[in-house]
Design a protein around this ligand. Structure first.
Ligand code: BES
Ligand code: MN
Ligand code: ZN
Length: 491
């Protein structure tokens, strides 16, 4: 993992130097000293390249002075509305051949330097556990990034608060990237136990315990797979006893869909692109990552996180379209389509979370419907809620973290479409508005609690690199949930 350090302004003697410049800005301070040492090569190069400091512009000088391997000057755009984290992420591709780089951050506040470091850290993450033949020269080398700026103390302190959040993001990305033959429900549950190191209490329930709890909906999904189901309950009691903590306040409950692979079951999916369904545990991954972030930074809040872990497979023991299952809430469900399995899993886990923890609010995350991708593309997660205040909090957290959500409508006319001829409800209606009817299905298990559902099917993974995330698992939701806790559940 990229090692981050903060130092007072000084030119390094070795490695790469990064010089961020805003529009219209000329090299000053250490950068001017570097230019002088290079006999004016820096300013000449910027002139020759017509460098204006615009976002995305960059000029690289190789070995302009002895010892330094390269100097990368990057445009930061306008000072106004500067996004330090994105800028930090954008540096990383320039530095892939440099083991160490020093950013001359003299023009940045401590907070901005920390955010820039965070962006670089997030972007430099890579999942290479299964690459065995990659040549060393093809591997990214960047191992250490030093930010040299006036408020190195402030930057260091600000970064200390961000680092656990990056760790949570990395955990979620890693879990979500693991292939489905490796990451079975049991293995994912095992990975949750690692959070005990951060002070999280972790319990794992297997099929026997869940049968006793009446989890007919979740277990119906799991019954076609040779890999047993699990539910994991994670508790962070950060408010209790903490100074300023809201002792005795009801916890926030986070619930994640953890379908480690979704074939669709007997209502099987088409072959093309089915490999994408390894991402179908991304909701659980985000919730687990959020718990790691919350516990890692010792949030003064009580948060419980529950994930329902199953594999949805077709087999001789798989559930059939037409089966009726009894959920933990007692409500019966006619399973019209075995590919609408996420809601079946969530129904039991959410019911259990409410019964056991009496939470102030429930937020669930799930790669629930392809239809949300049609509605919102990959730019927003769908937000569904029965509570305007909670929805507004999530919208604000989304704006603050860049994990954008868009509130979708709900209403009785949608809910009615779940009427079954033989059971309390069916698990699908028609195609129209099917992300909304899916949300209504879940809403039948929340007992009127403040509840929000985030459909992250379009945002859980990305087919292209972004400023702060290489293509693949995005960990969408980790930062959003962490922010929700920080803003509204801490004393
Ligand atoms: N996991 C899928 C949803 C999904 C689709 C996520 C594409 C990411 C990309 C979910 O279990 C599912 O299969 N949903 C069905 C629901 C339908 C049967 C009502 C869908 O979206 O087609
Ligand atoms: Mn499905
Ligand atoms: Zn699914």
């Amino acid at each position: 993992m990229l090692d981050i350090a903060f130092a007072k302004p000084a030119l390094p003697k070795a490695g790469a130097v990064v010089l961020p410049l805003f529009e219209g800005e000329a090299p000053a301070g250490q950068a001017a000293a570097l230019d002088a040492a290079a006999g004016g090569a820096l300013t000449r190069a910027l002139d020759a390249a017509a460098f204006k400091g615009r976002k995305g512009q960059s000029v690289t000088l190789y070995a302009p002075v002895a010892g330094l391997t390269r100097v990368v000057v990057t445009g930061m755009g306008q000072r106004d509305g500067f996004k330090a984290e994105e800028a930090g992420g954008a540096l990383v591709p320039h530095l892939s051949n440099e083991p160490t780089a020093t950013v001359l951050a003299e023009g940045l506040t401590g907070q901005e330097a920390a955010q820039l470091a965070m962006g670089a850290l997030l972007r430099s993450w890579r999942f290479d556990r299964y690459r065995t033949t990659e040549k060393p020269e093809d591997k990214p080398k960047l191992a250490r990034l030093v930010l040299a700026g006036p408020d190195s103390g402030g930057a260091k302190a600000a970064f200390a608060a961000l680092k656990p959040v990056a760790d949570g993001v990395f955990l979620a990305r890693e879990l979500t990237s693991e292939p489905p033959n490796v990451l079975t429900p049991a293995v994912l549950a095992e990975r949750c136990l690692e959070l005990t190191r951060l002070g999280v209490q972790v319990e794992v329930l297997g099929p026997k315990e869940m049968r006793r709890l009446g989890f007919g909906a979740l277990l119906g999904v799991a019954q076609g797979s040779a890999n047993e189901a699990r539910m994991v309950v994670m508790r962070w009691n950060g408010a209790e006893g903490a100074k300023g903590g809201r002792k005795g306040a009801k916890p926030l409950a986070l619930v994640g869909k953890g379908v480690t692979f979704d074939t669709g079951g007997i209502s099987i999916k088409p072959a093309a692109g089915m490999e994408d369904m390894k991402w179908d545990m991304a909701g659980a991954g985000a919730v687990i990552g959020a718990m790691a972030a919350i516990a890692g930074r010792k949030a003064r809040a009580d948060v419980v996180a529950l994930v329902g872990l199953v594999e949805n497979m077709p087999s001789g023991t798989a559930q059939r379209p037409g089966d009726v299952v009894k959920s933990a809430s007692g409500q019966t469900i006619e399973v019209i389509n075995t590919d609408a399995e996420g809601r079946l899993v969530l129904a039991d886990v959410i019911h259990y979370a409410i019964e056991r923890f009496d939470p102030a609010a429930v937020v669930d995350l799930a790669t629930l419907t392809g239809a949300i991708i049609i509605a919102l593309g990959h730019e927003h997660a769908g937000l569904f809620s029965n509570d305007d205040a909670l929805a507004a909090r999530l919208e604000a957290a989304g704006r603050a973290t860049g994990e954008a959500v868009w509130r979708m409508p709900m209403g009785d006319a949608y809910d009615k479409q779940l009427k079954s001829d033989i059971a309390d409800m069916k698990n699908v209606s028609g195609r129209p508005g099917s992300s909304i009817t899916a949300a209504h299905f879940i809403g039948r298990f929340v007992q009127g609690r403040p509840w929000a559902h985030l459909d992250i099917a379009g945002t859980a993974w990305s087919s292209k690199d972004t400023a702060t995330c290489p293509k693949g698992a995005t960990a969408f939701g980790v930062r959003l949930l962490d922010r929700l806790v920080a803003e509204h559940h801490e004393g």
